[in-house]
Design a protein around this ligand. Sequence first.
Ligand SMILES: Nc1ncnc2c1ncn2[C@@H]1O[C@H](COP(=O)(O)OP(=O)(O)O)[C@@H](O)[C@H]1O
Ligand SMILES: [Mg+2]
Length: 280
Amino acid sequence: MGVADNVVRAPAAARPTPVPNPAALAPLLDVNGVTLQYKTRDHLVTATYRVDFQVFASDRFILLGPSGCGKSTLLKAVGGYMKPVEGHIALKGREIDRPGPERMMVFQEFDQLLPWKTVKQNVTFALTASGKSRGSAAEKQALYYIEKVGLTKFADSYPHTLSGGMKARVAIARGMAMEPDILLMDEPFAALDALTRRRMQDELLRLWDDTRFTVLFVTHSIPEAVKIGNRILLLSPHPGQVKAELNSNGHDEGEEGERLSDRIHALLFADSVEEEPVHD
Ligand SMILES: Nc1ncnc2c1ncn2[C@@H]1O[C@H](COP(=O)(O)OP(=O)(O)O)[C@@H](O)[C@H]1O
Ligand SMILES: [Mg+2]
């Protein structure tokens, strides 16, 4: 075995958790005892109940749970679009009380881009409208991230000429170009066909390898959670409560990934068993 054998990169599948440095020991995002409710005319819907979790720098933190368990609501609250009725949410120690460019949102919908602006203009507009940068600096920054998602050739195309996967890439480029402290992704690939979805998951991991951004990623897909996440918060429904927090190494294949999937299935299954009537 030569010396070179020691420097061969670990395969992409085995993604080591970054070694923490002292500055990274404080959580970037602290969600503490958060209860979120919707008040409609006739009802009070408790979407989440006393949810706790902490996201650290460079985490790929997953909120996983069945539809209706309050994942989007939690993300909205972190985004600053909704206030907890109980508990606190803080970013870098500061309470979140409004939306801000340090928390960029990427949604599942394909129509989150401005249809009358090109790819480049969509990304540039986010930078200029938020005051993040201006003029040629904004354009340069936009093109840098458009290149990162492999869309350089389509920089001057309009959204309606792009496929779903390409639109998702533009939305990711726009989010990343803002260089937020945390990227909030709400089922960003859920509306894509299975093959494109897998490709986008791979691309997101490649981008993460490249820039080590922090992402809070919502999904109801167990394989997606196991593949994307380094940490997975499992939520139980009605109202959404923390069921478990699991570590993952970001493999969707192999024994370890399978074990983790099985564990998540078992935890979700335990829920439905509890709901069965007890006969004795
Ligand atoms: N605008 C709203 N008004 C009233 N109830 C809502 C509203 N949005 C979501 N809910 C309710 O809050 C709960 C959580 O919803 P949501 O956060 O969208 O779940 P998820 O994203 O996990 O599917 C559900 O019971 C849903 O019906
Ligand atoms: Mg949702």
